[in-house]
Ligand binder design. Structure first.
Ligand SMILES: [Fe+2]
Length: 409
């Protein structure tokens, strides 16, 4: 019996995919961008999962982004930084007076301060599942406090920052999945709250009239709302290239996409943390990985759970309808550039604060480039409609390594 268990554990460990330890670029999938002569671009920076920055120093990723904004500032070119959710780990911003409030405030303030002193830069905050953590169905808890704090901190620091979709004064949650577009020269960003999207689909599934047709009706409605927002953004005189920005992944080759490392099998209690009490629990760990990967756990934030599958089908349909340039998200703590037939560029940028423990990420069938390092993605656009995609990897000392590729519409 003991031998069989050991054999099963070995088989499970062997079935773990091959984790990337450095940047991966699929041969021939991307064209390196040449040095530009024609002035500075407008840029949208995609920065996800930045909600746990270092407390004892300026976080290296934040330092790198500040240097990036500083360079753009001297070129007098606007930059829009999109914080793609999970802006405050682990439970969003609690009510004022809660023991965790001051630390939550610090984490958010560090993000706002990245833009301090750069009037040509602005920020857009979108909520993620951690910002919604502990939300009540009656709407009495939610990202509302975070939205108000973003506004307050931005005003105090003289930074342009907004939370989208907007939350009404006094309310705790947005009522619409699709927010107002934001513009940066020839680029536009249409924000979506994917946590609310998943919740609306799930509510339809379990409503009194709960059926697949009720889910389809909600999916259709959100898809139409997204199309209207994307079309409206394109109507501007610049005919902007549109990026839809949310939090949850459509595709990913990390833990949320059911890819696990041998460390996840052994130390599942420490999964996802930079530091942790790594108690080896090999059998339990493998069982956890097996069950989580099978999608039977009701984790709405995993791709293969029932809520996750429902959301991904809905998102895919909406993207095919509205046809933006890219869908950008965070959630998975790695940098991934993915291409899938009939869909826009799929950009995963969830490495927004410096992590000493690299996340598990693999090169899957849709991967054209990926990195397990901390950092962010950036889209640069010139008035000639030339577009480039930048993968920015950041080291512990704040040094940056930029990889630039042409980005076709
Ligand atoms: Fe997340």
């Amino acid at each position: 019996m003991r031998g069989r268990i050991a054999l099963a554990a070995i088989l499970l460990l062997c079935s773990s995919g091959c984790a990337l330890s450095e940047r991966y670029v699929r041969d021939g999938a991307l064209e390196t961008a040449p040095q530009h002569e024609g002035g500075a671009p407008h840029s949208v920076i995609l920065m996800g999962d930045a909600g746990e920055p270092a407390a004892d120093r300026l976080d290296p990723v934040f330092a790198a982004l500040r240097a990036d904004l500083g360079r753009a500032h001297t070129q007098a070119r606007p930059r829009l930084v999109v914080f793609l959710g999970d802006n405050v780990y682990p439970n969003g911003v609690p009510w004022r007076g809660h023991p965790d409030y001051s630390e939550a405030r610090r984490r958010l303030e560090e993000q706002i301060r990245i833009l301090e002193g750069f009037p040509s830069a602005s920020a857009l905050f979108i909520s993620g599942n951690h910002d919604w953590r502990g939300v009540a169905d009656d709407g009495t808890k939610g990202p509302g406090e975070e939205a108000r704090l973003v506004e307050e901190l931005a005003r105090a620091r003289n930074v342009k920052a907004q939370f989208e979709p907007a939350i009404a004064p006094g309310a705790m949650a947005p009522t619409r999945v699709v927010g107002e577009p934001r513009y940066c020269g020839p680029l536009a960003v249409v924000p979506v709250d994917t946590t609310l999207w998943i919740r609306e689909l799930t509510k339809a599934r379990w409503s009194d009239s709960g059926s697949e047709s009720a889910v389809a009706a909600v999916s259709e409605r959100i898809g139409q709302e997204l199309k209207v927002a994307v079309d409206r953004a394109r109507e501007r005189p610049e005919h902007p290239l549109v990026i839809v920005a949310g939090h949850h992944t459509l595709e990913s080759y990390g833990n949320h996409g059911a890819q696990f490392s041998w460390k996840d099998h052994l130390f599942f209690l420490g999964n996802g943390f930079d530091e942790g009490d790594y108690l080896p629990l090999p059998i339990l760990g493998s069982l956890y990985v097996l069950i989580r990967g099978s999608g039977v756990m009701p984790l709405q934030d995993d791709q293969f759970s029932q809520p996750g599958r429902r959301f991904r089908a809905s998102l895919e349909q909406a993207l095919k309808l509205s046809r933006p340039l890219a869908y950008a998200c965070g959630h998975e703590h790695a940098l991934q550039i993915l291409r899938k037939d009939g869909l826009p560029w799929l950009l995963v940028s969830g490495a927004g604060y410096f992590r000493t423990r690299a996340p598990h990420v693999e090169a899957g069938p849709l991967t054209v480039a990926a990195s397990p390092r901390s950092g962010y993605l950036r889209i640069d656009a010139w008035s000639t409609r030339e577009i480039e995609l930048v993968l920015m990897e950041v080291s512990d000392d704040g040094t940056r390594v930029e990889s630039r590729w042409r980005m076709a519409e």
